[in-house]
Design a binder for this molecule. Structure first.
Ligand code: KIV
Length: 282
């Protein structure tokens, strides 16, 4: 079964939590898909975790297309959502539809995600009108890092909390099929989740959301430096990789690797003939 916007909505209605993880390549997407994740987000976080930028701002449409194509090839069942990078939709409704269309037609995604509330509702509406499901993203929206002055929790004051509730309703009315709530106080996210018909997918927004999303490098212990408070480490893949790389280096330098089982054989007679021709003894 392929997950869709409709199956995610059905999960909200039946109370079954939605699981979403980021992936940026074929192998990771295939493993997540085999494990049964409901949705895979090709996040523009790839700018930071795959390309080494400090923010998501330098990510281009070409970057997103390149990684979305790889993920789409690995995701047999998961609903693939591709992020719209900075300035691929803010500039105009026309740009938003064209670029969303590219992520579906060329990238192979089933939906796009874009950041912002009331300010991007025209874009959401036009993309949905073009038959492309849209996941909205409100709260701490990383493409606005320079406006927020850092990656900070949003909606703590009464005014900002009311604005977030309003934004959530506006993106739903504009046609979004789900909304990501990032770095929002848990009680506020719970209230938004109760008020909305569409599923809420939280990241740093408590456990009352209809689903959760995490950047896979954070939850597998692959992120170096600061990891956000909400990023629970479910496994230490970083430790496993370091151990594997160190053993490879040791065994290669000492000549233990490769062993017989890793080598290809040639017939004794063929080798004998070559050595004879070259005047060498076997
Ligand atoms: O780009 C991303 O990975 C995201 C998630 C943090 C929701 O937008």
């Amino acid at each position: 079964m392929k997950h869709t916007a409709a199956t995610l909505l059905a999960q909200k209605q039946s109370g079954e939590k939605i699981t979403m993880l980021t992936a940026y390549d074929y192998t990771t997407a295939r493993i997540e898909d085999e494990c049964g994740v409901n949705a895979i987000l090709v996040g523009d976080s790839l700018g930071m975790v795959m390309l080494g930028y400090d923010t998501t701002l330098p990510v281009t449409m070409e970057d997103m297309l390149h990684h979305t194509k790889a993920v789409a090839r690995g995701a047999e069942h998961a609903f693939v959502v591709a992020d719209m990078p900075f300035l691929s939709y803010q500039t105009s409704v026309y740009d938003a539809v064209v670029n969303a269309g590219r992520l579906i037609k060329e990238g192979g995604a089933q939906a796009v995600k874009l950041e912002g509330g009331a300010a991007v509702c025209k874009q959401i509406n036009a993309i949905v009108e073009a038959s492309i499901p849209v996941v909205a993203h409100i709260g701490m929206t990383p493409q606005s890092v320079n406006v927020f002055g850092g990656f900070k929790v949003q909606g703590k004051s009464y005014e900002r909390a009311v604005q977030l509730i309003e934004d959530a309703h506006r993106v739903q009315e504009a046609g979004a099929c789900a909304v990501v709530l990032e770095c929002v106080p848990a009680k506020l996210a719970e209230q938004i989740t109760k008020e909305l018909v569409i599923p809420t997918i939280g990241i740093g927004a408590g456990n009352a959301c209809d689903g959760q999303v995490l950047v896979y490098q954070d939850m597998l212990g692959l992120t170096t430096g600061h990891t956000p408070k909400f990023a629970k480490k479910f496994a230490d893949a970083g430790k496993l990789m370091r151990e594997g790389f160190a053993v490879y280096i040791d065994e290669t330098k000492s000549g233990v690797f490769p062993e017989q089982e890793h080598c290809f054989q040639i017939g004794e007679d063929v080798m004998e003939r070559i050595l004879n021709e070259r005047g060498q003894q076997s």
